[in-house]
Design a protein around this ligand. Structure first.
Ligand code: BG6
Ligand code: MG
Length: 216
């Protein structure tokens, strides 16, 4: 029998693929500032907070901005991003994500969201999945970004379990490190080449089962 009492899920790249929307909005901002931002550059932003993402982009463009200007730029990007996520539908849920959450809940395992995004509420409402989480912890509730474990520790606390009883599902290296730093087991969603420090790596939640969870 598994000792796992809670599963904590990252949002972007695990439940939905919003990286493409983040990319379009950041690229538009970079272009307005007079430089290009490639899909390759975008990889660096996965799991990274909005503020840190902007710092990376300004560095790529070789541009310096005051804190007030940076705030305005981040807001401009976020407005474009919000316009795009407001168009999302349940069709954009990644394969197996909804089913695996339902399987966990039916087995008595608590479910929590642990995301860096401040837009997770909008996305979960658009894809009709807000009701599948016992707790939702996101960028609005934390002060320290992944790889700090704050977001996952708050998730564990919110559902009343210890870190050792949790499994985190993550697609970003910073997120895998955050789970390890929090003393939790972690399943990487993606490639073993990138997420090798996870206890198990699968290509998506459609490949996850309670049996695999029990063996962690
Ligand atoms: C993470 C994404 O989930 O959220 C990052 O992987 C993003 O790419 C971060 O920068 C913050 O998102 P938001 O919605 O608060 O700008
Ligand atoms: Mg992610």
């Amino acid at each position: 029998m598994s000792t796992i009492k809670a599963c904590i899920f990252d949002l972007d790249g695990v439940i939905v693929d919003t990286a493409v929307y983040h990319y379009k909005a950041w690229k538009r901002l970079a272009n307005e500032l007079g430089f290009d931002f490639t899909e390759h550059d975008n990889e660096q932003l996965k799991g990274v907070s909005r503020v840190r993402s902007l710092e990376i982009i300004l560095q790529i463009g070789g541009i310096t901005k005051t804190p007030a200007e940076q705030e305005e730029l981040a807001t401009r990007k976020n407005n474009w991003y919000v316009d795009m996520i407001n168009q999302m539908t349940p069709a954009e849920i990644l394969p197996g994500a909804k089913e695996f959450l339902e399987t966990c809940r039916a087995a008595g395992i608590k479910t929590a969201l642990g995301s860096a995004s401040k837009n997770s509420g909008t996305i979960l409402n658009k894809i009709n999945m807000a009701g599948l989480f016992d707790a939702i912890i996101d960028g609005n509730h934390v002060s320290k970004a992944k790889p700090d474990p704050e977001v996952f520790l708050k998730g564990a606390e919110a559902v009343g379990v210890t870190p050792a009883e949790c499994v985190v599902f993550e697609d970003a290296i910073a997120g895998v490190e955050a789970a390890i730093n929090g003393g939790m087991k972690v399943v990487g969603i993606g490639s073993p080449d990138v997420l090798g420090r996870a206890n198990l790596v699968v290509s998506g939640l459609d490949k996850m089962t309670l049996e695999k969870l029990g063996k962690l």
